[in-house]
Structure formats: structure tokens, C-alpha cells
Write a protein that binds this ligand. Structure first.
Ligand code: BGC
Length: 716
């Protein structure tokens, strides 16, 4: 069979050479020429909630999709969201997006992706619907936990490694949601207006890197509109930018039910329509599209292009004519270890007065563990993608495993997760303290040597489909924290959330505080190891914690949730710390922030030259020393400040970062390369990236507000 042999040839090649692509194109064209129009149409819309058809007689297999970003979803019925109720579809629950980003470790992101790729393969999937990479424009977006960061450089670096990891396992990654799905409120009709500079500098770089650097095979069009057109039928986003400028070769799929037209979507660049209606032949890309081709409203050439994209992905996935496709594996010890490593490197130490942390087993005989989040399993809560975790170690279980036989643990729930409807009919948390529960918790806190409160949000509260209407700690947690910290001076507060919360009150009352994302199957073990000093906390915040919701730019400018269906991103490029720093507003915890049990000294920050050309490369070097007594990891962050620029520039912007492990007393010379081109801004008039000649201050820091050394260079 000539076709299958040709695909085998293509599959044997690992590099992207034009010779291989030419041969592949030819074979794909051959295959397309043998297909009927009906067969083609059947391939470009869902024939199940998570499948699209193949062509059996030509050896083209059915295509299987799966959520999601942080674990392979359980199996559902073909034509409904109801679970099949199998006993064979559990998976590893990986820490969710913001936790992964908090590691600032691209090699962990790659392992994370590889784990997901292997598990997806083991479950017979061809495309994993992740990573989810929309920028955190507002901290109360319901999907902040799933997304990565407010900064495009951190976002892109983590996403690229994640995608490479997934795709190394013969599974396509699908970068989503393209583009500007930065809020859940009105997401299915909202029109986003954003200026071109912000689009290019803030919202698109991660998608661009996914295509150009990671060769991502799938992209999911977002639900919302951008500049008046639905993303699933948006020629500027799908054709001009994605295909023409970036050279994307893979499949553009819709978000589920995100298509609103047949001819427009088909002609403007969407390849596959996915949805959740069970009459699959009624999809816009089913019978209506067949009719539109017959009526000459959509050419068969356009349909052929879509098939070409699908076959390209199938080839790269080694799905056609290849007996050597990787088979994957699931719930393995190595997957659990990766989940553990990501979790343990994502936890952020926010405050540590009097060196209360780490706790020492030798000094504590009894420990009060307080709070509903100590026992809450987060894998499968909320609306949308979740994981039927094979297991999930809760914080309480993690502590029990670590302290068994050494420390007596007393547990009290402390507060209860409950919701009510507000006047607008929105589901909001009940935020009144349960004094009976608090009193019980105070009792055990008083009689224990130390106390740990596990509070924060939950995956029910932070969820796809809705945004939080407040950033306050829910369920009366502030009152619980106050009562326990008063009852026991050795109280540690752990905030579990996927997004920033208003901690201004809690942080005043607590001596020691940690932040953890929804930390996956091994989250509890990781947390116990950080609390008791087996692991130095090396997580750094992937987003700013503002002092209050009223300081968030979209709230200040009155552009959330939008007016008359339009969200106008008036803050432009000033997203996240770019806003707070430029406007000189002090946040509660800045972007990139995180303490350690040890102490890192920075010295001798310098560059290889004082002067650079616009096509040059700057090497920033410094000496980093672990001057404390714990082994630990530091994330050195490199920010750039343009000195007296002729155009508006943010006060500072992250350009690069590196995570370094050092033993006590150890010192290393660190080199961080930055292309001068990366200092460019997007010139809307010229429609291109421009490096302004002039002076730039390169700043090495432990966070966006903790700069430890800087050097000024000139760009000609
Ligand atoms: C979400 C996507 C998800 C899809 C399939 C949609 O509601 O926005 O991220 O992949 O459902 O579950």
C-alpha cells in the first residue's frame, strides 16, 4: 500500500525538513484525492462529544480528543456529558496550571507534559486539550487556576515545554483558548476590544511560541469574539496571524459549541467543529456544510485544506501507517513522582516571621490541623474538565503519612464550604463564620504545640463558566484564622487556591503563610515536606496578589465584565505587575515573589559588553550564593527597564529567568542570555517589532519588586 508506506517514511523523520514536508504534502494530497466529499465532511465535525470520524476504507482512524490541561479526563458517553462509570479510566491528577507556573521550571513543565502525553496515549487519545494559556488579565477569572500566569514570558516558556512533552509521546497538544478568553462572564457572546500593541505584546506571544517553537499540532478557537468576530470565524486571528504569519500547520478546532455559522467559519479558517449537541449531522460543519459546498458557497479546496491539517497531525502523531506509535502508560510511579516534584516546587512561602517555618518533628509532640481544605479532594470538582484521580493525597493525609508515630495530629474542620444566591442570582460563597466549628478548632489549637490552618478557595468555587464576584477569603475563613492565631502563637496558615485572593487581613494576623495551588495527586505529601523542611519552598508567584479587588486595572477602568457585551481592554499592555509597577501601586505580594528557608545573595551583576547592536545578544551574568543553612532553589528573574523611552513602556518587564539549586554555602556563576530583539516593542504604525535605540537597565531580582542588582547597557 503506497500511501501507508509513504506515511511510514514521513513518520521515521524526526526533524522538520522541507524535503520531508514536501513528501508528506504529496502523500496527503494523494490521500485526499481518493476521498469523497461526504467522507471529508464527516472528518471535520464531532461524531461524538470527544471524537471525529476517520475513513476506514483508507486506513484513516477516528480521532480522539481528551481534556484536559491537568490530567486525562474520565470517559463520558458519546453523546452526553454523563460519565460512563468505568473502573479503568482513572488518571494522575497533576497540579493545575497556576501551580505548574509557580515552579518557574521549564524542565518540570516538560516532564509534566510527557506524563500527560503518556497517560493520554494509554487511554487511546490523539489530542490533549491543553495547555490552557490565556493571560491572567483579572485575578478573579474562574479559570485562573487552569491558566498559567499574568506574564507572557513565563507563560510562553512553560507552555512550550509542556507542549514538547505531550507531543513527544505521539499525542497532539492543543493550545487554548485562541484568543482573549480572559474571563468567563458572558464568554459565549462577549466581544473583546484590545489595541494591537497589547494583542501582540501580551496576549499572543504564548500562542506564537507554541506554534513557532513547540510546533504545536492543535489550537482551540476561543468562545468569545475579538473585534466583532467570533474567534471560530475570525480571519485575522485564524488566517492572517496563525497560518500566514506563524506558519501553523496543525488543526484549528472549535471550543465545544463555539461555532455560530457554516460558511463564515468554514471560509475563515476553522478546521473542525466540536460541540455538545447529540444530533451530530446538524452541526454547522456537517450537513449544512455539505449543502454549502454543493451550493458553491464554500469551495471543495477549502474543505481539502481542513483535511490536510488533520492528516498532517495524524502523521506527526504516528497514527497512519505506523506500527511504532508509542503506547503510553498510566498511573505509573514515575508519573506520581513528577506530580510530586511539580507540587513540591510550586508551593510559595509568603511570610515567615520569627522563622516559624519549617516546623521540626523534634520540637512538636502534638499538631492541630484545621480547615476544610485539609481534607478536601480537588481533582474532580467544579464545572468542566476534571480528573478522576486514581488517588489524591490531601494535606491531612500527607501530614499523617509524614508524622505517623512521631507527632499526634488533632483535626478540626473549622469552617464549611457553602453557597447561596446573591441578589443578581449569582452563586456566591456563604461568608459567615460557623462559631461552633471555630470554637472546636480553638480548643484543639490551644492544646497542641502548633497549628496549621488549611483555608482558601476550592475547585468548586474557582471554576470554568463563572468568575468570582469577590476576592475575599470565603466561608468565614478570616474569622477562623484570627481565632486560631490568637489561640496558638505557633500557627501556620496555608492558602490553597488557583488564583490570587485578598489576604490583606489574614496576612496581618498570621506569622507564617504558604500559598499552594490545586496541587494534584501528590499535593499532600509535597505540602508536608515543605512544612517540615524536607523541601525548601521554591515556588514563586506567577501572578500579583493585589491588596484588594478594587485595585485590579479592569475594575479601576470599569471594563469588567464589559458593557453591552463589549469588554474594552483599556489598560492596554499594563496587565498584572506592568500596571501596578508603572502606576506605583504597591501590591500585597508582587509577581515573582516567594521566600525561602535559606538566603540567597546576589552579587557582581554585569553584562558581557556595554553596547549592543539591535541584532545582538546580551549575556547578563551574576554570582548567586546560598548564604543560609538549607539546600534550596532560587529563581533569578531578569527584568528590563527602558531608560527615557520615546514611547510608553511599562516600568519593567520580565525577559528571562532561571531556576538554580544550591547547597548551603555553595556559589554559582549564572549566565542569562537575552536577545536584544527581545527588548522590542510592537510598533502599531509600522506593524512590526522595533527595538528603540537608547539605554536599558537590566535588573536581576528575586521578584518583580526585589531587585538585587542591575546594569545599564546601550543599544545602538
Ligand atoms: C472548555 C474547553 C474544553 C471543552 C471540552 C469547554 O467548555 O472551554 O477548555 O476543552 O469544553 O471539555
Amino acid at each position: 500500500m503506497v500511501i501507508l508506506e509513504a506515511f511510514t517514511y514521513c513518520n521515521a523523520q524526526t526533524q522538520h525538513t522541507s524535503k520531508v514536508d514536501f513528501r508528506l504534502d504529496t502523500e496527503i494530497n494523494n490521500l485526499i484525492s481518493r476521498m469523497t466529499l461526504r467522507e471529508k465532511i464527516d472528518m471535520i465535525h464531532g461524531n461524538g462529544f470527544f471524537t471525529s470520524a476517520g475513513v476506514k476504507r483508507l486506513g484513516i482512524p477516528e480521532f480522539h480528543y481528551t481534556d484536559g490541561p491537568f490530567g486525562v479526563r474520565e470517559e463520558l458517553h458519546n453523546d452526553s456529558w454523563a460519565p460512563l462509570g468505568l473502573t479503568t479510566d482513572s488518571a494522575t491528577f497533576m497540579p493545575t496550571g497556576s501551580a505548574l507556573a509557580a515552579t518557574w521550571d521549564t524542565s518540570l513543565a516538560r516532564k509534566y507534559g510527557r506524563t500527560l502525553g503518556q497517560e493520554a496515549r494509554a487511554r487511546g487519545k490523539d489530542m490533549l486539550l491543553g495547555p490552557a494559556v490565556d493571560i491572567d488579565r483579572i485575578p478573579f477569572n474562574g479559570r485562573t487556576f487552569e491558566y498559567l500566569s499574568e506574564d507572557p514570558v513565563l507563560n510562553a516558556a512553560m507552555a512550550v515545554s509542556y507542549i514538547e512533552g505531550v507531543q513527544s509521546q505521539d499525542v497532539a497538544a492543543c493550545v487554548k483558548h485562541y484568543a482573549l478568553n480572559n474571563q468567563e462572564t458572558d464568554r459565549e457572546s462577549l466581544d473583546v476590544n484590545v489595541n494591537e500593541r497589547a494583542l501582540q505584546e501580551i496576549y499572543l506571544p504564548t500562542f506564537k511560541a507554541a506554534v513557532e517553537k513547540a510546533h504545536v499540532r492543535g489550537a482551540m478557537a476561543a468562545y468569545n469574539k475579538v473585534r466583532g468576530k467570533f474567534c471560530s470565524a475570525n480571519p485575522y486571528l485564524l488566517q492572517q496571524i496563525l497560518r500566514k504569519e506563524w506558519g501553523f500547520k496543525g488543526m484549528v478546532i472549535s471550543d465545544w459549541g463555539g461555532v455560530h455559522s457554516t460558511v463564515e467559519a468554514a471560509n475563515n479558517g476553522l478546521d473542525v467543529e466540536m460541540g455538545s449537541g447529540s444530533d451530530f449531522n446538524k452541526y454547522y460543519f456537517a450537513q449544512p456544510l455539505l449543502d454549502s459546498v454543493k451550493a458553491d458557497k464554500v469551495s471543495e479546496q477549502v474543505i481539502n485544506e481542513k483535511i490536510r491539517h488533520i492528516l498532517y497531525v495524524m502523521c506527526k502523531n504516528h497514527m497512519i501507517g505506523d506500527k511504532d506509535r508509542k503506547e503510553g502508560s498510566i498511573n505509573t510511579a514515575s508519573h506520581h513522582l513528577t506530580a510530586y516534584h511539580v507540587a513540591s516546587e510550586s508551593i510559595v512561602l509568603l511570610k515567615n516571621q520569627d522563622h516559624l517555618l519549617p516546623l521540626h518533628v523534634s520540637k512538636i509532640k502534638s499538631l492541630a490541623v484545621i480547615g476544610d481544605n485539609a481534607t478536601k479532594k480537588q481533582a474532580h470538582l467544579g464545572f468542566g474538565a476534571g480528573v478522576k484521580a486514581q488517588y489524591e493525597i490531601t494535606p491531612l493525609r500527607g501530614l499523617e503519612d509524614k508524622l505517623a508515630g512521631k507527632v499526634a495530629i488533632h483535626f478540626a474542620q473549622g469552617y464549611q464550604e457553602a453557597y447561596q444566591r446573591n441578589e443578581e442570582g449569582e452563586k456566591v460563597p456563604v461568608n459567615t463564620p460557623d462559631w461552633k466549628m471555630i470554637d472546636q478548632a480553638v480548643e484543639i489549637a490551644k492544646s497542641s504545640d502548633a497549628a496549621i490552618i488549611f483555608a482558601g478557595n476550592t475547585r468548586t468555587y474557582e471554576t470554568e463558566g463563572t468568575d468570582r464576584t469577590s476576592m475575599d477569603l470565603p466561608f468565614g475563613e478570616n474569622e477562623l484564622i484570627k481565632a486560631i492565631t490568637e489561640a496558638n502563637p505557633h500557627t501556620v496558615v496555608v492558602i490553597i487556591s488557583g488564583a490570587p485572593v485578598d489576604l490583606s487581613r489574614a496576612v496581618r494576623e498570621s506569622k507564617a503563610m504558604l500559598w499552594s495551588g490545586y496541587n494534584g495527586s501528590e499535593g499532600g505529601h509535597a505540602m508536608a515536606d515543605v512544612l517540615f523542611g524536607t523541601v525548601d519552598p521554591s515556588g514563586r508567584l506567577p501572578f500579583t496578589f493585589p491588596k484588594s479587588m478594587s485595585e485590579v486595572p479592569a475594575i479601576v477602568n470599569g471594563t469588567f465584565p464589559g458593557e453591552n457585551g463589549l469588554a474594552d481592554y483599556k489598560e492596554g499592555i499594563l496587565v498584572g505587575y506592568r500596571w501596578y509597577d508603572t502606576k506605583k501601586i504597591e501590591p500585597l505580594f508582587p509577581f515573582g515573589y516567594g521566600l525561602s528557608y535559606t538566603k540567597f545573595d546576589y552579587s557582581n551583576v554585569h553584562t558581557d559588553h556595554p553596547l549592543y547592536r539591535s541584532d545582538g545578544k546580551i549575556i547578563v551574568s551574576l554570582d548567586l550564593k546560598n548564604a543560609g543553612t538549607y539546600a534550596g532553589k532560587e529563581t533569578v528573574q531578569l527584568y528590563v527597564h527602558a531608560v527615557d523611552p520615546k514611547v510608553m513602556m511599562p516600568d519593567k518587564e520580565l525577559k528571562a529567568f532561571v531556576k538554580v539549586g544550591l547547597k548551603p554555602g555553595e556559589q554559582k556563576e549564572i549566565h542569562i542570555p537575552v536577545d536584544v530583539h527581545d527588548l522590542a516593542y510592537y510598533d502599531t504604525g509600522k506593524k512590526q517589532w522595533v527595538v528603540l535605540p537608547g539605554k536599558y537597565q537590566l535588573m536581576a531580582g528575586a521578584s518583580s519588586r526585589d531587585i538585587r542588582g542591575s546594569v545599564i547597557v546601550t543599544v545602538r
